[in-house]
Write a protein that binds this ligand. Structure first.
Ligand code: PMP
Length: 351
């Protein structure tokens, strides 16, 4: 299998529009809680999750046995695969999508069946995915909205997939839920094969702490829990998550800012006649044609990091959306680099 080595080096002091993180950081309530509770004594003992589980389950509106704390979404993906996928089983995923679905599927020796997003529109390929579901399908991974396309699938489509794949664990990765607003979490009681994951890495600005949640019915989670290390979430992460949910206004206002900045970005791209895909997340895929790598490199020279995705979609560059101020800086540099030369592929509005 190919190694997954994200370019995480040398990112300090730069405008980091490359990993879809929160670009201003977590709530001050999180920092205050960590400062106040950090002690040698607390670090000396193994973590205890009872309070975090109670508070988070109440926050998400589920019962405590319907939720597991995970070391980020990545661990949620890993334990779902470890529980349900044997070597030779089939794992369905979308392409392009978050790399870790394939990664853990390959580690488990699964046969990976990628279903491409629709060409041009990058719409969710519902009929194509339904056609791929078979007797050997053990897991289906869907990022909603999807990274890096920014496109989403609606609840009715998800229900069709769940009904069509009773023998598979279907994980809806809702890492960008806060920017999108639609969740299938309320459906875990209705569909026995539904798993939902959430993370504190994106809107909450806690990617470095590594904490997320996995939801499903109690019976499923009893099984999945057996495949999980007992202390995979560290004590500070559990503490920080409780503090984060105590300040929902912080996330609401950050999401509002990102949505406004996303509109600003669209307008700036239209002005420069650079095609882009409208997004439901805190990132936008732009079509830079043959100039995608050049754009990434020249932006880096002025301290702005973005991600070239041309290996997945020809000419695509993914730009994280932060604040309006950060977006203005990005657009100013983009305009200078673009230099009025125009785009080699179809110029125009959103594609
Ligand atoms: N899911 C998706 C769709 C993502 O884009 C990312 C981050 N790039 C993650 C999960 C990672 O989340 P976490 O930090 O919770 O492991």
């Amino acid at each position: 299998m190919a190694a997954y080595s994200p370019p995480t080096a040398d990112r300090e002091e730069k405008l980091r529009l490359d990993f879809n993180e929160n670009t201003v950081g977590c709530s001050p309530a999180v920092i205050a809680a960590l400062r106040e509770r950090l002690s040698a004594d607390r670090l000396a003992v193994y973590p205890e999750y009872a309070m975090a589980r109670t508070d988070l389950a109440a926050h998400f509106g589920v019962g405590v046995p319907e939720m597991l704390l995970t070391n980020g979404t990545d661990e949620a993906i890993q334990i779902v695969v470890n529980t349900f996928v044997d070597p030779g089983d089939e794992v369905l995923l979308l392409q392009p999508s978050y790399a870790m679905y394939r990664f853990y599927g390959e580690v488990a020796g699964a046969r990976i069946r990628p279903v491409p997003y629709r060409e041009g529109t990058l719409a969710f390929p519902l009929e194509e995915l339904l056609a791929e579901i078979g007797d050997r399908t053990r897991a289906i991974f869907i990022s909603n909205p999807n990274n890096p396309t920014g496109t989403a699938i609606e609840a009715a489509g998800i229900e069709r997939i769940l009904a069509a794949a009773p023998g598979a664990a279907v994980l809806l990765d809702e890492a960008y839920f806060e920017f999108f607003g639609m969740s299938v979490l309320p459906l875990i009681g209705r569909f026995p094969n539904l798993f939902v994951s959430r993370t504190f890495s994106k809107a909450h600005g806690m990617a470095g702490l590594r904490i997320g949640c996995l939801f499903s019915n109690t019976r499923n989670l009893e099984m999945v829990h057996k495949a999980q290390s007992p202390y995979s979430v560290n004590v500070l992460a559990a503490l920080a998550a409780r503090a984060a949910i105590s300040d929902p206004a912080y996330v609401t206002s950050y999401v509002r800012e990102v949505r406004a900045a996303r509109e600003l970005l669209y307008a700036g791209l239209e002005k420069l006649q650079i095609p882009f895909h409208r997004s439901e997340g805190n990132f936008v895929l732009i079509q830079a044609g043959r100039r995608s790598l050049e754009l990434q490199d020249k932006l880096r020279e002025v301290g702005i990091l973005v991600r070239d995705r041309s290996h997945e979609i020809a000419g695509a560059v993914r730009v994280t959306v932060g604040t309006r101020e950060q977006t203005s800086r990005f657009l100013m540099e983009l305009e200078r680099i673009w230099d009025g030369k125009g785009c080699p592929s179809t110029p125009g509005k959103a594609v």
